[in-house]
Design a protein around this ligand. Structure first.
Ligand SMILES: [Zn+2]
Length: 140
């Protein structure tokens, strides 16, 4: 894992995304973790995401993979699961949100502003291993 990782620019993400929400936050975490596991910078990967949620904007920010240029395929399999492969070829990673992450991001819209901020802060700070499950996958 790279030590020289940059902090995720959440304020820029929320600005670009148009609102603050759990799934854009978690998409950024998925992409950030997957990139670090591959040791690649944004723009050096192509990927697939298996549920069409707000997570796509977070994934785009941390991996450079976007649906509009074909570097992110989006399917609707109802899995919060991101697959990333180096554009140069070779083994990839699959990073999925844990049951805990999904459970702890429920009910956001029903919260008041203070509780919303607390939830997002919690999702930004939970350790990678508690938020996500990662595995190596073969080259595509
Ligand atoms: Zn959103």
């Amino acid at each position: 894992m790279s030590e020289a990782t940059q902090p995720i620019p959440y304020e820029a993400l929320y600005e670009a995304h148009g609102h603050k929400c759990p799934m854009s936050t978690l998409g950024a975490r998925l992409g950030d973790y997957g990139s670090r596991l591959l040791g690649l910078a944004a723009g050096e990967m192509a990927g697939r995401y298996e549920i069409p949620t707000c997570a796509r904007d977070g994934i785009a920010m941390t991996t450079g993979c976007r649906a509009d240029d074909g570097s992110l395929e989006v399917e609707d399999l109802q899995h919060h699961r991101l697959w990333l492969w180096p554009k140069s070829g070779g083994q990839g990673v699959c990073v999925a949100l844990s049951e805990r992450a999904i459970a702890e991001s429920r009910g956001y819209r029903l919260l008041d502003e203070k509780a919303k901020e607390a939830m997002l802060s919690h999702l930004r700070l939970l350790p990678d291993e508690e938020l996500m499950e990662a595995s190596r996958v073969p080259a595509r």
